[in-house]
Design a protein around this ligand. Structure first.
Ligand SMILES: Cc1cc2nc3c(=O)[nH]c(=O)nc-3n(C[C@H](O)[C@H](O)[C@H](O)COP(=O)(O)O)c2cc1C
Length: 156
C-alpha cells in the first residue's frame, strides 16, 4: 500500500518519530512548514493559544499529493492538549475521506484532545490507530520499539 507520513515539528521530536515511521513503513514523508513565527517566548505563547483556540495558520504548499496514496499517517506535537495549527490546517485543506488514516502525537506528557480533534476533521473514515510518544521515550530510545509496534498494527 502506498503510504505517506505527514507531520509538523517545531523542535524535532515529531520529525524524529515521523521519519522513523516512514522508514519502518517504507513510506514517503512530508514535513509541514508553518509560515507563522513560532520561535521565542511570543512564538511559544501564540503556538499554545492558537492551538487551544483551534486556529488555522498558513502552511507552505505541500510537495506530495495525498491523492496519490492509500494510507496517510498524520503526526503532531501536543500543544495545549491539542494538535498544532499546521496539522489542523493540513487536515482542513485536504480531503482524506477515502484514505486509511492513522495518527501519532509527541508530547511532554500526553496528547490531550489531539486525536479526538484530528478525527473530527476527517469524518467518513472509520478506524484509526493512534500512538503517543512522550519526551522521555524519545530520550531513552524507547520510541523505536513503539514505532515498530505501531507500524505492525497499521500495516495490518
Ligand atoms: C507551545 C507548546 C505547547 C505544549 N503543550 C503541551 C501540552 O499541552 N502537553 C504536553 O504533554 N506537552 C506539551 N508541549 C510539549 C510538546 O508537545 C513536546 O515537546 C513535543 O514532543 C514537541 O514536538 P516537536 O519537537 O516535534 O515540536 C508543548 C510544547 C509547546 C512548544
Amino acid at each position: 500500500m502506498k503510504s505517506l507520513v505527514v507531520y509538523y515539528s517545531k523542535s524535532g521530536n515529531t520529525r524524529l518519530v515521523g521519519n522513523e515511521i516512514a522508514k519502518e513503513l517504507n513510506a514517503e514523508y512530508e514535513e509541514l512548514v508553518d509560515l507563522k513565527k513560532r520561535s521565542g517566548v511570543v512564538g511559544f505563547i501564540t503556538a499554545a493559544t492558537d492551538s487551544i483556540g483551534r486556529k488555522l495558520t498558513t502552511i507552505e504548499p505541500i510537495q506530495k499529493k495525498p491523492a496519490d496514496y492509500q494510507m496517510i499517517v498524520v503526526g503532531t506535537p501536543s500543544w495545549g492538549n491539542n494538535m498544532a495549527s499546521a496539522v489542523r490546517t493540513f487536515l482542513t485543506e485536504n480531503n482524506l475521506t477515502d484514505k486509511k488514516v492513522h495518527f501519532f502525537c509527541t508530547a511532554g506528557a500526553d496528547a490531550g484532545k489531539s486525536f479526538e480533534e484530528m478525527e473530527k476533521l476527517i469524518s467518513g473514515n472509520t478506524q484509526h490507530n493512534k500512538m503517543t510518544v512522550i519526551s522521555s521515550e524519545i530520550k531513552s530510545g524507547k520510541y523505536k520499539e513503539k514505532v515498530k509496534e505501531f507500524v505492525g498494527q497499521i500495516k495490518g
